[in-house]
Design a protein around this ligand. Structure first.
Ligand code: SAH
Length: 241
């Protein structure tokens, strides 16, 4: 069934195995108080945020905070992004439903689940095996068959599956990794936080048909570090943790 307004395929909406739950009102409230007043208006983004049970992507002890206006810890010193940031970055990718999307930084898998409802296929790379294993289990349980998770250094992209219509990086980088721009299709968009450790600017880089790139600054943000060959260097002691 096609959504006539946007041409969106409803395929993923029906395969996502989501039961009614006691947090439905919290999700509606999240839309009404955090997303819509700040300008999120793409119906498919709002629908995905209303549908996906964000609480299941955090530890049960944090369920009561899952729909608040904050990032939350997910273990291994990593975080699930604030709902507004997930919605804003997703909307910034300009998805129509038929895209091949690359995500760097799977983390909890929540952003991947949102993307799974918005695109044809999602390739997600996570650096930490333990986190990737948990997210894979969770997404398999929701029947998100169009999300593939791999453990590797996402700053190098996913050459075997390139090029992509859109790339989203959910960790902060000191530079824009060249490899990622190189893996965009002409007209493709890369959304990435770039800057210092403590604060970054969210950039959208669009690859033009002639191969050149246009950069827009979408706003300020704060993400955990993107660690890899074309990101931050791993601190020596972290290697032994
Ligand atoms: N999108 C996530 C947010 C994840 S936080 C969510 O919705 O929950 C950022 C994640 O990026 C962390 O899990 C971290 O381990 C991962 N990460 C950091 N550097 C990376 C790299 N070079 N490649 C892949 N993942 C990386």
């Amino acid at each position: 069934m096609e959504d006539k307004m946007s041409g969106f395929s409803m395929r993923n909406f029906s395969t996502l195995k989501v039961k009614r739950d006691i947090y439905e009102r919290s999700r509606q409230n999240m839309l009404d108080t955090q997303l819509i007043p700040r300008g999120i208006n793409q119906p498919e983004v709002l629908h995905a945020m209303l549908t996906i049970p964000r609480h299941l992507f955090v530890d049960e002890a944090l369920w009561s905070q899952a729909y608040t206006d904050h990032a939350l810890p997910i273990g291994e010193k990593q975080t699930i992004s604030q709902p507004y940031m997930v919605a804003f970055m997703t909307e910034s990718l300009g998805l129509r439903g038929d895209e091949k999307v690359l995500e760097i930084g799977t983390g909890s898998g929540y952003q991947s689940a949102v993307l799974s409802m918005m695109a044809h296929k999602v390739y997600s790379i996570e650096r930490l095996g333990k986190i990737a294993a948990r997210s894979r289990k969770l997404l398999d349980g929701f029947m998100c068959p169009n999300v593939i998770i791999r453990v590797s250094d996402g700053t190098l992209g996913w050459p075997d599956e390139a090029p992509f219509d859109a790339i989203i990086v959910t960790a902060g980088s000191p530079v824009v990794p060249d490899a990622l721009i190189g893996q965009l299709k002409p007209g493709g968009r890369l959304v990435i936080p770039v800057g210092e450790e403590e604060a970054q600017k969210l950039l959208r880089i669009t690859r033009r048909e002639d191969g050149s790139a246009e950069t827009e600054v979408l706003g300020g943000c704060k993400f955990v570090k993107l660690i890899g060959k074309q990101g931050w260097q791993e601190a020596p002691r972290e290697r032994f943790l």
